[in-house]
Design a protein around this ligand. Structure first.
Ligand code: S3P
Length: 433
């Protein structure tokens, strides 16, 4: 489906942003592995999270939607052999975390995904999980889906330093460590999102985490998980599109309540503020270890910025929309040390650069990132390829709202991977200037 957007638009409202994707995946997984009944409020019914639900139903978990809540009947790490291939569709989080979880199960399963997911590397999880005693076979091509996995009840504990920070790899190893025969220690630098650690602490797992000399360390002892009650806050990665919309459009202001403000996720706020973005954070509270609060952003004169290596994991999913902000800023923005972007839902260094160039922006691909020269006056409407990448489709839509004229976003329906009602909210919360 293609979407036409008539620019120049403005926003002046409160926007209800959908629930956090990372936390939604983990709530189903941890609920399924716990003993007892987990209740999830405000779950994200996006394509990626539905893929996780389907995989866990296939693995024998009873998951029921009851009056807006999801009820997960935990099976205390006793999943059943799936009758079908587990289809993770477009979701890297489903795949990699599931590989860690299935490493604790003695049966065999096969995981596959769509054409984008089949291009994303999996050895980053299978190599350390093999060291723990799980077995993997790449069925078509080394490093990629489809993969056969056979777990073990006697996994060895692991001491492992991640070569590149990754919440998906870290979480896969943590899940496997929960059933290993002894203490595991996982290290990374800089720290990636820690929702798995926080939710597992909430579920009573024997897990400790701390930072020492710039290195983040997680220590896990095997044990059981208790069921939890959780209300999922809004996703800052989805909120980022509306924050940038308010910053780059004239006479605009947006307020987003109940948003996740975990410090491993707020890199986008910090960088936009460094660029001169007028953003306020209010009413912050702690919900079972996760910070949640309100974000208010208004039209601003932005300037270019350099994004440093240590900030990359905290802003990894927001680079396409940050690049849009940079195109409207004065001066040069450099985003470097971001080679991980090459292996996301699309090669986001390439696709972000292409998207910006379609609108007439000056943007150069560098080896591990992007260089963008702000050029507000050169920007014009465009027909833009989303490359079927949800975050490219949404970043392009925001850019289309801020420029003059009618733009078309191709294959824009992929926004439903993380933000099912994105276009309804975009059109109802903005109007033509
Ligand atoms: C995620 C981790 C990140 C992020 C992805 C969601 C998660 O991936 O890009 O969208 O929920 O754990 P990496 O761990 O590969 O950096």
């Amino acid at each position: 489906m293609n979407v036409k957007i008539d620019g120049k638009r403005k926003i002046n409202s409160n926007v209800i942003i959908p629930p956090d994707k990372s936390i939604s995946h983990r709530s189903i997984m941890i609920g399924s592995l716990a003993k007892g009944v987990t209740e999830i409020e405000n779950f994200l019914f996006s394509d990626d999270c539905l893929a996780t639900i389907n995989c866990f139903k296939n693995l024998g978990t009873d998951i029921e939607i009851r009056n807006d809540k999801i009820i997960v009947k935990g099976n205390d790490f006793n999943l059943s052999a799936p009758k079908q291939i587990l289809d993770c569709q477009n979701s890297g989080t489903t795949t990699r975390l599931l590989l860690g979880i299935l490493s604790t199960q003695e049966f065999e399963s096969i995981l596959t995904g769509d054409s984008s997911l089949k291009k994303r590397p999996m050895k980053r999880v299978t190599v350390p999980l093999s060291q723990m005693g799980a077995e993997f076979e790449f069925l078509e091509k080394e490093d990629f889906l489809p993969i056969r996995v056979k777990g073990s009840k006697n996994l060895k504990p692991i001491e492992y330093t991640l070569p590149i920070s990754s919440a998906q790899v870290k979480s896969a190893l943590i899940f496997a460590s929960l059933k290993a025969e002894g203490k595991s220690v996982i290290k990374e630098s800089p720290k990636s999102r820690d929702h798995t650690e926080l939710m597992l602490k909430h579920a009573g797992a024997n897990i400790k985490s701390w930072e020492e000399n710039g290195i983040y360390i997680v220590e896990i002892l095997p044990g059981q998980l208790s069921s939890i009650k959780i209300k999922i806050p809004s996703d800052i990665s989805s909120a980022a599109f509306f924050i940038v919309l308010a910053l780059i459009c004239d006479n605009s202001c947006v307020a987003i309540e109940n948003c996740i403000l975990n410090p491993t996720r707020t890199g986008i706020i910090d960088v936009l503020k460094q660029m001169g973005g007028e953003i306020r954070i209010e009413d912050v509270e702690n919900r079972n270890g996760e910070l949640v609060g309100k974000i208010v952003a208004r039209s601003s004169n932005l300037k270019g910025v350099k994004v440093y290596k240590n900030d990359i994991p905290r802003i990894i999913d927001e680079i396409p929309i940050l690049a849009v902000a940079a195109a409207f800023a004065e001066g040069k923005t450099i985003i470097d040390n971001a080679s991980e972007l090459r292996v996301k839902e699309s090669d986001r260094i390439k696709t972000t650069a292409q998207m910006l160039k379609s609108f007439g922006a000056e943007c150069h691909e560098i080896e591990n990132g992007l260089e963008i020269i702000g050029s507000r006056e050169k920007l014009k409407s465009a027909i833009v390829n989303s490359y079927k990448d949800h975050r490219i489709a949404m970043a392009a839509s925001i850019m289309a709202c801020a420029v003059e004229g009618e733009s078309t976003i191709l294959d824009a329906d992929c926004a439903s991977i993380s933000f099912p009602n994105f276009f309804d909210i975009l059109f109802s919360s903005t109007k033509k200037i």
